[in-house]
Design a binder for this molecule. Structure first.
Ligand code: URA
Length: 245
């Protein structure tokens, strides 16, 4: 997903400041800056993320972008890491827009993660009062008992309070390996929530992946790959957040 380069005068004209012709005049007169440097060359190409000012006034904000990413395990959900470990934004070196993750997945968790440069959208998705549902598939140590499933579905008390009712479906149990494969849908996003919910009953999560986020899933997107959300998908997510209060 690379960002298109466009001629400076075209970008200025598109933003509605002035015509392309007049933009060319302003550029040659030295009245346009790109990332705080005066640019007088008419052929100059710019990215949507570049900071452009015309006579000292910034152009409108860069375009908004919404990315569905299949995060692999072993990657930090952050834009940088002081220990130099791989972070999710390392997967988008050419983008030219300053994106950040919406919520987080643990280092050892894989799956569906949204990234955007739209702070308002990110807040809507992660605010505790908006209950976007998230489905995970987890491999646990031990067998999950029917009673444990019932309690998880009702809500259990963790150190940061009672969990909202969850939907839990046991998919299979491996008697030899003493593990359970389970799907769990939660409507909150507390830190390490799924791991802590199973740990409450003594089940260590050995593998965890988020497979759905609201109406979105990972169909056709391999680990490490991404696609842009359609405007309709973005609208649907906003609608769900606002109407699930
Ligand atoms: N719950 C967890 O425990 N970890 C995650 O990464 C996401 C949800």
């Amino acid at each position: 997903m690379t960002q298109e380069l466009e001629r400076l005068q075209k970008v200025i004209a598109k933003s509605g400041v002035t015509s392309r012709r007049k933009a060319e005049v302003l550029i040659t007169e030295g009245k346009v800056t790109v990332n705080h440097q005066v640019v007088t060359e008419l052929g100059t190409k710019v990215k949507a993320s570049d900071h452009i000012e015309v006579e000292g006034i910034p152009l409108e904000n860069p375009e908004k972008i919404y990315i569905l990413f299949h995060k692999p395990t072993g990657v930090i959900t952050s834009v940088s890491d002081d220990k130099g470990r791989k972070v999710v934004t390392d997967f988008f070196p050419q983008l030219g827009l300053r994106i950040f993750p919406v919520g987080r997945l643990d280092y050892d968790t894989s799956g569906l993660l949204l990234l955007t440069n739209d702070g308002e959208f990110a807040n809507q998705m992660t605010h505790p009062k908006y209950k976007i549902q998230k489905k995970y598939v987890a491999k646990l140590k031990g067998f999950l008992l029917r009673e444990e499933v019932k309690q998880l579905e009702k809500g259990i008390v963790l150190e940061d309070g009672k969990t909202a009712p969850a939907i839990v479906k046991v998919k299979s149990q491996d008697r030899e390996k003493n593990t359970t494969l389970v799907e769990i849908t939660i409507f909150e996003g507390r830190n390490r929530q799924v791991r802590r919910m199973f740990k409450h009953f003594g089940h260590e999560v050995v593998k965890l992946s988020r497979i759905e986020y609201g109406p979105l899933n990972l169909k056709g997107i391999n680990a490490g790959d991404a696609r842009e959300l359609s405007p309709h998908e973005v609208k649907t997510l906003r609608h769900l957040a606002l109407h699930n209060k």
